[in-house]
Design a protein around this ligand. Structure first.
Ligand SMILES: NC(=O)c1ccc[n+]([C@@H]2O[C@H](COP(=O)([O-])OP(=O)(O)OC[C@H]3O[C@@H](n4cnc5c(N)ncnc54)[C@H](OP(=O)(O)O)[C@@H]3O)[C@@H](O)[C@H]2O)c1
Length: 240
């Protein structure tokens, strides 16, 4: 059993699909202590238990924390980033749909605090991206398409993961793929990368059936990043 004090975590976007999974899974760990849960409205949350839930307007009232784990909306980034910088706390964000200016703001903050942004925290997608890069390099003349499907409430398209896989296609052969997005029902997340030529086709597919895989990954890197110096990190940098 560890004798270290638990790492103090702020969950940002706590009432969302991801936020509630993070609260539930963090409560099962003794190496992490959630000290505050932030949502836009700050409504009471059963998953928060005794953890205080604050509305976004009272973000600056949050108690001391070591790392913020953010799955919210792009417009919520600026105040959270400012708070993390002011407190010298790390930021782990899985929020998708950031603008180029917002990614620049993450880079600027990384001069002062450890920052990790990832469009996907699953190990399977990390491996898929490498397979896609290899296939793309081996099939330079083939058509490449990234097709993604998510639940009806997802706001951004293509998904952050689709763009990550598209970047892997481009890294392999120097050209971006075409994208297609489906929004339907309660699909957690499916990504197909298809390479097609006259008479043959290769399909590489990842299907997430449970968003706990993303929450587990985010909590794992949240713990690891608190021991790091300021800078930008990737999930692969923080795997054991
Ligand atoms: N990287 C990954 O592995 C991964 C996996 C899944 C999802 N995501 C991304 O994570 C994000 C959240 O997804 P989700 O499905 O959990 O969304 P969601 O269910 O719509 O939840 C959004 C959360 O953000 C909160 N919020 C909205 N505006 C806010 C503000 N100004 N300040 C603080 N909190 C605010 C909402 O609070 P209220 O309830 O009070 O409105 C809610 O708690 C999306 O960008 C999604 O694409 C990433």
């Amino acid at each position: 059993m560890s004798t270290r004090s638990p790492i103090r975590v702020l969950i940002h976007g706590a009432s969302g699909r991801m936020g509630r999974a993070l609260l539930r899974l963090a409560a099962e760990r003794d190496d992490l202590a959630v000290v505050a849960a932030i949502s836009a409205r700050g409504d009471a949350l059963p998953e928060a238990g005794a953890v205080p839930v604050l509305p976004a307007a009272r973000l600056s009232d949050a108690p001391a924390f070591d790392v913020a784990v953010d799955f919210s909306l792009p417009e919520a980034l600026a105040p959270l980033l400012a708070l993390c910088r002011a407190r010298g706390a790390a930021l782990v964000s899985g929020t998708t749909g950031f603008s180029a200016e917002q990614f620049s703001a993450l880079d600027a903050a990384a001069a002062k605090i450890p920052v990790l942004w990832a469009p996907n925290f699953s190990v399977g997608v990390a491996v898929l991206a490498e397979l896609v890069r290899q296939a793309s390099a081996a099939l330079p003349g083939w058509d490449a398409d990234v097709v993604e499907a998510h639940h009806i409430h997802k706001k951004d398209a293509p998904s952050g993961t689709a763009l990550q896989l598209g970047a892997a296609v481009e890294a392999g052969r120097g050209r971006a793929p075409h994208y297609a997005s489906l929004r339907a029902g309660d699909i957690v997340g499916e990504h197909l990368v298809q390479f097609a030529s006259a008479g043959e086709r290769i399909e590489l597919v990842h299907r997430a059936s449970n968003r706990d895989i993303f929450a587990h990954g985010a909590l794992h890197v949240a713990r690891a990043i608190t021991r790091r110096r300021p800078g930008r990190y990737r999930v692969a940098d923080l795997l054991d």
